[in-house]
Design a binder for this molecule. Structure first.
Ligand code: HEC
Ligand code: HEC
Length: 187
């Protein structure tokens, strides 16, 4: 409690200082933009994660699954049969990637979408796919199959970045969607 009020007081102080500063408007907008970003999912910041996990598909942000999912997926044995593919890698690299994913998982994140995923997966079985989360299925249930599986430029809902033009930045907002071969999907 005490800590919270200290944070509040310093936040208010920072805002007051900002608004009397010459560049007030700019820094206030910067602060707002930063704030709106936390509505999304934290972008990937680990180089090895980006490289190794971006090889066969887009490097999913760790904030899209809870920690126990990453712990299950990113074990050496599991990686040898990773959704039917052998995605084996150097044991030290895998350890680093595992720890990075677990530390930045949905249930460790303060980003809004991650918080929602964490809440929705707090109980029940450990999800191994992002596409099997109710949260993700609910967001896509209105899309006809022809735009996903039947779409030769997409093939599966797993390829987020085919339609979410800013998926690499962790942004999934409706306004940033563009479905290949269906420019008028929204009509
Ligand atoms: C050798 C290729 C390969 C590598 C490397 C690889 N993956 Fe995958 N991954 C796949 C395939 C294939 C699928 C299944 C895609 C599908 O169902 O269309 C998949 C699916 C996934 C899914 C489930 C996506 C969904 O449908 O929700 C997750 C999560 C995932 N990978 C995480 C990772 C992470 C993290 C890494 C890095 C440690 C990684 N992958 C590296 C091939 C790979
Ligand atoms: C076939 C294209 C396509 C693929 C592939 C796809 N999406 Fe989407 N996604 C959409 C569309 C279209 C919407 C907006 C639906 C609407 O407005 O009704 C959407 C909405 C969303 C939303 C909600 C956005 C909001 O503003 O509330 C999230 C989150 C999301 N997608 C995440 C993902 C993730 C994560 C993946 C990959 C595992 C993925 N999507 C794969 C097309 C796609």
């Amino acid at each position: 409690m005490k800590n919270n009020s200290i944070v509040l007081v310093s936040l208010t102080a920072a805002l007051l200082v900002n608004s009397t500063h010459a560049g007030a408007e700019e820094s206030f907008i910067g602060w707002l933009l930063d704030f709106s970003r936390t509505k999304e999912v934290k972008p990937v910041t680990d180089k090895h994660y980006q490289e190794e996990c971006g090889e066969c598909h887009f490097a999913y942000q760790p904030g899209l699954l809870p920690a126990r999912s990453w712990d299950r997926l990113l074990k050496a044995e599991a990686m040898r049969d990773h959704f039917g593919d052998n995605a084996e890698m150097d044991i030290d690299t895998l350890k680093e990637i595992h720890d990075y994913a677990v530390e930045n998982a949905a249930d460790k994140s303060y980003y809004k979408r991650s918080r929602k995923i964490a809440a929705a997966t707090a109980d029940g079985p450990t999800p191994l796919r992002i596409t099997e989360l109710h949260y993700i299925q609910r967001k896509h249930h209105e899309l006809p199959e022809k735009m996903i599986k039947g779409n030769r430029s997409v093939k599966s809902l797993s390829y987020c970045d085919k339609c979410h033009t800013q998926a690499d930045d962790g942004v999934y907002d409706n306004d940033t969607v563009s479905i290949p071969n269906y420019p008028d999907w929204d009509d």
